[in-house]
Design a protein around this ligand. Sequence first.
Ligand code: FAD
Length: 512
Amino acid sequence: SAAEAGLYTATDQIVLLTPENVDSVLVNSSAAVFVEFYASWCGHCIAFSPIFKSLARDIKEWKPAVDLAAMDCAAEENRKVCISYGIRGYPSIKVKSHVRGVCAGPCFPRDVQGLRRSIIDKLETHKEPWAPACPPLEPTSQAEIDSFFDTNNVQHLALIFEEAKSYIGREVTLDLLQFENIAVRRVLNTEEGLVARLGVTEFPSCYLYYPGGNFTRLSVKIEARSFYSYALQRLPGVVRSGKPPPVSTPVLTGNSEEPWRPFNRSRVYMADLESALHYSLRVEVAAHTVVKGEALISLKKYVAVLAKYFPGRPVVRNLLKSVDSWLQNQTRDEISYEAFKDILDNSAQSPDAALPEGVRWVGCQGSQPHLRRYPCGVWTLFHVLTVQAKNTRGTDPKEVLMAMRNYVHSFFGCRSCAEHFENMAMESLMEVDTFSSAVLWLWSRHNLVNNRLAGALSEDPNFPKIQWPSPEMCPACHAVKANGDHSWIQKEVLPFVLSYFSSSSILTGAHR
Ligand code: FAD
């Protein structure tokens, strides 16, 4: 389709406009929609598309108030719509405001921060209530705060003290838009009464204000948007709208369920890795009664990588090695799953080689039976394998990632996940040229997926999707750029990931 031929795909969190949906998106939505009209052949548009994509990730939480959309005016079927919007040059960004565009041509910034700020400016300068879902962005006053809890039924009020030219207060307000039990207001440094009452001396700084006038300063590593938003989204009682609140005793339904096992959320468990192996080899691969062609190549590569790098117990490693050598000896273009299963179950060939049956999730337990578990195990397994390949100095830096790509492509039951992952692999896997870059590639792709899935149905309310590792887990991994936007310190992330997933930090505990 035209949408697929354009510069954006469905995973970019940008609405792809077509003649069919343009009216409903631009007219009926309660958000302010910023539309990029582009031509897929235009060099500036191609250069701008990664910026527009990162903007979409950056303001994902603003969605009820602000949405991004794109239309490829190079596609024949879209020409009429582009003409009706008066588009003459590319790229053009127009704001749907129930009325008409306010900006065309090269009059918009070409960086994420500049774009984000001009979106806020547009939201604020519009007179009519054209984006009904937009929260109040204007600075608050002492009078409003004094009566705040009379009219607002929220548990937390976050006050961001800042100078008039700062955007942080408004950005954080929008970042918290999809969360309940919290309101955010900006207070200007010129609001003397409040500044004196709370004894504020640093701008920006963030305070939590409670009924009766109690307050505490929000403690963050750096006084910046990303640190405020992350901390506020995680305050006790703050939940994503429409999500059930986190439960202290997870709900487990059905009497076949095993009891909840308490675990350390910042550790890797061997039980999850073995469960992922069991599920992938005995359930997912078993969906193919005959494994042939591309799928057989995928299976061989997957098992080869497991045999080389799986840092498991000797019995499991022995089993993987014997399955691997059996597979490598299969010269025909197909094998039956039954034959594979015989080797996998070892048929008493060797008493010191076995892959335990069944799953026993620990770090990948979900608060509901349909949450976390196997996909969590798959991510964990491949992070461990990329780290292990680096530590044992394999020969090909892409080996593990290619095995993962092929496995996911041929066998991963979540087909849309497989498609998204394949898109990411096509886009950037070739850039991987060292073992360290392989580790970091998987880490950063996993974060892209986390960004996309934050708030989705597959998110376990007890395990919200975050940009990982959090500032608590690895303070040194986080910093801000000169302009105040978040940045990762990759030279800190790498050792963190290496140590987190290293074989010596995997908790073995009691086996079944
Ligand atoms: P997971 O995302 O599964 O992560 C497991 C553990 O890894 C976390 O608990 C954390 O300890 C650690 N971790 C988190 N982030 C990182 C990181 N950046 N680097 C290193 N470690 C990290 N679901 C969909 O709904 N749509 C999709 O398109 C989709 N695509 C997927 C593609 C692949 C290849 C896989 C394996 C899964 C995909 N899923 C998708 C499932 C989804 O990503 C999660 O696995 C699932 O929702 C369970 O989430 P979780 O909370 O257990 O954490």
